[in-house]
Design a protein around this ligand. Structure first.
Ligand SMILES: [Mg+2]
Length: 112
């Protein structure tokens, strides 16, 4: 399933169940992921369980992004990745791959 189909399916879920139900469901799914990731510190969960909860959270977050403004969320993702990349490049010039910076610069057309 490609991203377009994933967005179509998650948009359907949001419309079918409604924001009133899906916002608390998103919180619930995030809590389940927090629980599984926390268990991982003690190695008392499985990789499959964590993968399952990550999938649940991504499904819910795609609904939340569409509810609160998908294009703005996408812009914030790009901005934050760019900012983080810039911080790393400044802190670790010796470690930084300039090709990564070029890739970001090619795709992002707004500054900080
Ligand atoms: Mg879950």
């Amino acid at each position: 399933m490609d991203l377009k189909q994933v967005l179509k399916n998650t948009r359907f879920l949001l419309r079918y169940h409604g924001a009133y139900n899906q916002v608390p469901k998103a919180v619930e799914e995030m809590c389940e992921l927090i629980t599984e990731l926390s268990k991982n510190y003690g190695h008392s969960t499985s990789k499959e369980k964590i993968q399952d909860e990550i999938a649940d959270v991504i499904i819910m977050m795609l609904q939340m992004a569409q509810l609160f403004g998908f294009d703005e969320v996408r812009k914030r993702i790009e901005y934050k990745l760019h900012r983080q990349n810039k911080r790393i490049s400044l802190a670790r010039k010796d470690f930084y791959d300039t090709k990564v910076a070029e890739a970001f610069e090619d795709n992002i057309h707004y500054g900080e």
